[in-house]
Design a protein around this ligand. Structure first.
Ligand SMILES: Cc1cc2nc3c(=O)[nH]c(=O)nc-3n(C[C@H](O)[C@H](O)[C@H](O)COP(=O)(O)OP(=O)(O)OC[C@H]3O[C@@H](n4cnc5c(N)ncnc54)[C@H](O)[C@@H]3O)c2cc1C
Length: 338
């Protein structure tokens, strides 16, 4: 294990800004993580855990120690006729885990195919796509408190999961490191095909009775067409959350903007697609210098090459202001700004 100094993070996060970590280390075993926590206790400096770096915007060099979690491993813990419990180390690539489940014929995560990042990063914002959220399959999480080194196992139901939210983004934010996640998959779960264009894609693929692998392929095809590849254009996926508004505001907005889309949630609030709001404000395809808004999807902010994190953040704030002025709706950022 090497502690390096003044290390460029350019290739370690998907936005691709050339920022530096004062100290950088990659942890490949759980023991290395615990040793690092002890070391950090002695030197007392800011600490940042990095998974795949696919949900982070760096606006400056990081003045402390960046620990890249690279602990891998997928282990089937228990299995019965209906369910299987799988423990996965935090540094495992999320999509490797999805492929593992699909290969085994275990449904539950196929709609989350091709989401970048690690298994440890997935519960932090309760990743979701195509009608599925990861909270649906999380049985328990093993985490360690950074300051005390105390280890905990928390049930999925106690993680306060919400829309792109969890206890790890709220009360435990910056205080713990997720070590491993135990998933419980229902081996007999039905496929979820009614969200987005999955059914259309399966038709295009000439599939009538889809297998698990077909669903994964359909989701992957749609994502590859819709979203920019971070290896080619820097981005962190959706930059903003879809806002949830009260029915009263929704009713009054409908009078002024009859075509405004909205979906009633269980909470009684109305979820509005942020992409629609941003498109109405003229942001689709906008570019200033190397900071821009992806032409096919206004939720995605992009770095065309040499944009700084501050330039991306300025652009995001201008977008938030314009939506506030036009619709009276506050857009919240989904990406972690450092
Ligand atoms: C092209 C693209 C498409 C995307 N599509 C989706 C999508 O469909 N749905 C969706 O929900 N998200 C999507 N995302 C966002 C992103 O992929 C997810 O949020 C992913 O789970 C982040 O994981 P990561 O390992 O990259 O986390 P990082 O970006 O490395 O970290 C994110 C946050 O989690 C913390 N963290 C990471 N690992 C740990 C750990 N082990 N312990 C403690 N804290 C940790 C970090 O400190 C940071 O605060 C997309 C991103 C991109 C670039």
């Amino acid at each position: 294990m090497h502690l390096d100094q003044n290390v460029s993070l350019k290739t370690l996060h998907t936005f691709g800004m050339d920022v530096e970590a004062k100290y950088f280390v990659e942890a490949k075993t759980p023991e290395e993580i615990l040793t690092l926590l002890n070391y950090r206790k002695m030197i007392r400096m800011p600490i940042l855990f990095l998974g795949g770096g696919s949900n982070i915007l760096f606006t400056r060099d990081f003045p402390g120690i960046v620990i890249r979690i690279n602990v891998k491993g997928i282990e089937v813990m228990k299995e019965d006729q209906n369910s299987v419990w799988i423990r996965v180390q935090a540094g495992e690539i999320w999509d490797t885990f999805v492929q593992f489940c699909v290969d085994k014929g275990w449904p539950g995560v196929e709609n989350l195919s091709l989401i970048p990042g690690t298994v440890g990063g997935a519960p932090v914002q309760n990743i979701g796509a195509y009608g599925v959220e990861v909270k649906e399959v999380i049985d328990a999480i093993h985490y360690v408190e950074i300051d005390s080194g105390k280890q905990h196992h928390i049930d999925g139901k106690d993680c306060c999961f919400g829309y792109r939210d969890s206890i790890f983004k709220q009360t435990l934010r910056g205080k713990v490191i997720l070590m491993d996640v135990t998933f419980k998959l229902n081996k007999k779960a039905a496929f979820k095909l009614d969200y987005g264009n999955i059914r259309n894609e399966l038709t295009l693929m000439q599939v009538e009775t889809p297998t698990l692998n077909d669903v994964r392929t359909a989701v992957s095809n749609i994502r590859l067409r819709k979203l920019p590849d971070p290896a080619k254009i820097g981005n962190a996926g959706s930059f903003f959350k879809n806002p949830m508004i009260f029915v009263e505001l929704w009713e009054s907005l409908k009078m002024k903007f009859p075509s405004i889309p909205g979906f009633k949630m269980d909470s009684g609030r109305i979820k509005i697609p942020a992409a629609w709001l941003l498109e109405q404000c003229g942001w689709k395809g906008y570019r200033i210098g190397d900071a821009g808004v992806y032409p096919d999807q206004p939720l995605v902010l992009v770095n065309y090459g040499n944009a700084s994190g501050i330039q991306i953040l300025d652009l995001a704030n201008k977008m938030i202001e314009s939506v506030q002025e036009e619709f009276g709706i506050h857009l919240e950022m989904e990406v972690n700004v450092i």
